[in-house]
Design a protein around this ligand. Structure first.
Ligand code: GLA
Length: 372
């Protein structure tokens, strides 16, 4: 009997050794696929896969997450984020930040103005009268340097943002590490340093639809947000500075609720910052998203004080080069952008977003996928 098991073991080892090298089932791997060129720079799509077959694909352009493949309750793979089939899709005017890294300052800064250490700054205005997501050419539209880290489960992206870029002070070095775990978690670790005081607010702008293409909208997704409060906004989506209770309003997601339930009661749809219920700065579970038909369940953990829940209000079916030519219609996906509060540089009562020389900005966010 003992001899028989020994023979079986040898046979198993032999079988493994003779597997084609492209078959990475059962281990972590990172593959690279050419994705086009911007001027003379090669754009590459890196795909990290984990032992159970979850996959995340990332570009050096904008640090963009292009694909996120997870299993449904029947064990079928599906891509749970919106995106494009080709680089020309990503580069089109009006790409609504699909999957990108957002910086130097996520969300809006009122009239693109702030005062820091007695100096007035004027940023580029790219969203009506305001600055949105870092300006005309934010961190989402630049080429990051990518390094594969040991273990074949992480990619490190680095971008050096120059003093004066988009009107912001200070040379900033931003580092983002995307990691996939064996437990189907996509972790994003952000770090930044500067040589002059500057506002910093980094996030990821994935558009989730856990149905993986089966549902054209996210109205049947159930959302939970661990937040008793949110920051109301004016007509240009700038926070009024007030912090209000969600209780008794359509903004209450403290008990899991279908997104479609009260969506019509919010003019323009959800596009607000929720003030997370948290005490310290540890990585904490703060949101869940569930799509019953597929069984896909996503849990969000973060170190940040806020989350922007955006219900895809500007999607109108007009984007081109989308995955499989799919029409991305109104509310076709949602974003859960973990962040500091919008317009913080102009709201002294909001948590601080000013990074000073000698300090290191950090933020960690983790998206964990499972089925139920
Ligand atoms: C964020 C903003 C929205 C919108 C999207 C990108 O979520 O809050 O208003 O600009 O980004 O389209």
């Amino acid at each position: 009997m003992k001899k028989y098991s020994y023979l079986l073991l040898i046979a198993a080892v032999f079988a493994c050794k003779n597997k084609p090298s492209s078959d990475n089932a059962g281990k972590f791997a990172i593959s690279e696929t050419p994705y086009g060129k911007i001027d003379t720079s090669a754009i590459t799509e890196y795909t990290i896969s984990n032992p159970s077959g979850m996959k995340v694909s990332i570009l050096n352009y904008g640090g963009t997450v292009t694909k996120l493949i997870t299993k449904d309750k029947a064990g079928n793979d599906g891509d749970v984020i919106l995106g494009f089939d080709t680089l020309s899709g990503n580069l089109q005017k009006g790409n609504p930040y699909f999957g990108v890294l957002v910086g130097r300052f996520a969300n809006r800064i009122a009239k693109g103005k702030f005062t820091l250490e007695g100096k007035n700054y004027q940023l580029a205005l790219n969203n009506g009268v305001n600055t949105l997501h870092g300006g005309l050419k934010g961190y989402d539209k630049v080429i990051w340097t990518v390094e594969k880290l040991a273990g074949d489960s992480s990619l490190q992206l680095t971008y050096k943002s120059k003093d004066g870029e988009e009107g912001y002070p200070g040379n900033v070095v931003a580092t983002v590490v995307y990691s996939l775990s064996a437990a189907n978690e996509l972790k994003i670790d952000y770090k930044a340093t500067t040589d002059k005081a500057t506002p910093i607010n980094l996030t990821s702008h994935c558009y989730f639809n856990l149905s993986a293409g089966a549902d054209s909208t996210i109205v049947n997704h159930e959302l939970f947000l661990k937040a008793d409060k949110y920051t109301p906004v004016d007509t240009t989506l700038i926070p009024t500075g007030k912090i209000e209770l969600v209780k008794g309003t359509p903004f209450d997601f403290t008990v899991p609720k279908l997104i479609g339930k009260e969506l019509d009661m919010v003019k323009g749809g959800y596009d607000h910052n929720w003030v997370l219920n948290r005490t310290g700065k540890d990585l904490e579970s703060i949101a869940t998203l569930y799509h019953a038909a597929s069984g896909r369940f996503m849990e969000v953990f973060t170190t940040e004080p806020g989350i922007q829940f955006y219900s895809g209000n500007f999607l109108d079916g007009t984007l081109t080069n989308t995955k499989g030519g799919k029409k991305y219609v109104l509310h076709g996906a949602l974003c859960l952008e973990t962040q500091h509060f919008p317009d913080s540089p102009n709201e002294p009562s909001f948590p601080n977003t000013i990074l000073k020389p000698g300090e290191t900005y950090t933020q960690t966010t983790l998206y964990k996928f499972s089925v139920k």
